[in-house]
Design a protein around this ligand. Structure first.
Ligand SMILES: [Zn+2]
Length: 383
């Protein structure tokens, strides 16, 4: 518990800063579980309970929902109790349910949206603090999980351009990255400027690492183009970061190992360590990044649980289920989300990268029939 003690000492010095923001400003926060695995549980319990109280107080629909389930934060006395927190299914964000809005309705929010290729778009209200915390989580993850310390590297952006999709969440994600690095976008109206990006990549000095960030199908398009024309020789200090899914190009998904090997060969890396995936959805106020050992590390302040699809009971470590997230960082909506993704959570894993903590393995997105069945009991809130 040494670290939490240290953090509480800092709090007494900087009284105006919310303790959660102090956590988000703490160096090596991902290392918290290394010395004391219980420290992460204590941190989650404290901040998640605080978030439940905040949303019940300022979100009458969520409060009624908790009431109807007989749930109260006084019941949260250990980390295992966090599984009892009432969740919002992603469908509620598509419907604009009143339970997704915490606050008076007068305070300024930005309505961030998913790209919505499945027909309906998720809308997530984000206030200033919520957005700032998101960007803080990206900065921490880049430094501590991706392992990028320097700020002088160029970022080659293959995500939709902000001007083409101003409120789409991925644009905000990249805007956050743009604050940290020199970022150049290579997508114009959904089309990747292939010759331009290849010429710019070829001009990067040999020992200079770069980041290439984009959706997996566009990264694969770039690799295929290079396969036909000859590989690049990028520094192995570079990182290729997949962000977002395959969306409309799901029929082109290839095996992850093959994907990594093709990209590593095309960019001229000696191994696949620089090829990293990430996980985010518009409803989640943080990004999970992969370390060099391809483990997606859960940040210490969020709780990821796999659930039994019928009962929503939390599955034990390593057992597959529907993934749920308890994220205490958003203030303008409850960050207690039941996702549409199946996967497993390996708890307290000692990863060779040096981080001890929960690792999330994403398996697949549930289909619409499955998702209708499993989230049925969550569809009545806010009514
Ligand atoms: Zn790791």
């Amino acid at each position: 518990m040494t670290d939490l003690h240290e953090i509480s000492l800092q709090e007494s010095v900087i009284e105006d800063i919310d303790p959660l923001d102090t956590i988000l400003g703490t160096d090596e926060i991902y290392q918290l579980g290394n010395k004391d695995a219980d420290a992460i549980d204590a941190l989650r319990l404290r901040f998640t309970r605080q978030a439940v109280d905040h949303h019940r107080q300022h979100n009458p629909a969520y409060d009624r929902y908790c009431e109807s389930l007989g749930f109260g934060s006084h019941r949260l006395s250990s980390a295992a109790d966090l599984a009892t927190i009432p969740l919002l299914s992603t469908g509620l964000f598509k419907r604009g349910d009143q339970a997704i809005r915490t606050g008076s309705g007068q305070d300024e929010v930005i309505l961030t949206t998913s790209s919505g290729t499945l027909g309906t778009v998720s809308v997530v209200p984000r206030d200033d603090v919520t957005l700032k915390r998101f960007f803080a989580s990206v900065a921490i993850g880049k430094r501590e999980v991706l392992g990028v310390e320097t700020f002088d590297r160029q970022v080659f952006d293959l995500t939709p351009a902000t001007r083409d999709a101003p409120n789409v969440w991925v644009s905000y994600v990249m805007a956050g990255v743009g604050v940290l690095y020199t970022t150049r976008s290579y997508v114009r109206r959904d089309v990747l400027a292939m010759k331009e990006i290849v010429a710019d990549l070829a001009a990067v000095p040999e020992n200079e690492g770069v980041n290439i960030v984009g959706p997996p199908p566009l990264l694969l398009d770039l690799a295929k183009y290079l396969e036909a024309r000859g590989p690049l020789r990028l520094s192995p200090k570079s990182l290729i970061i997949a962000i977002g899914g395959w969306k409309r190009r799901e029929n082109e998904i290839i095996d992850r190992t093959v994907f990594d090997e093709r990209l590593a060969a095309a960019f001229g890396f000696p191994d696949t360590a620089p090829i990293r995936d990430s996980y985010n959805m518009v409803e989640l106020n943080t990004v999970l990044f992969e370390c060099a050992f391809k483990a997606k590390h859960s940040p210490p302040w969020i709780t990821v649980l796999a659930r039994d699809p019928r009962t929503l009971a939390a599955m034990p470590s390593g057992q597959p289920g529907l993934l749920s997230f308890l994220d205490p960082t958003p203030l303008s909506y409850p960050g207690f989300i039941l996702s549409d993704d199946f996967g497993t959570v390996v708890q307290r894993k000692q990863c060779p990268c040096g981080i001890t903590g929960d690792v999330v393995v994403f398996e697949r997105r549930v289909n619409r029939i499955e998702s209708r069945g499993c989230a049925l009991k969550l569809q009545t809130i806010g009514a």
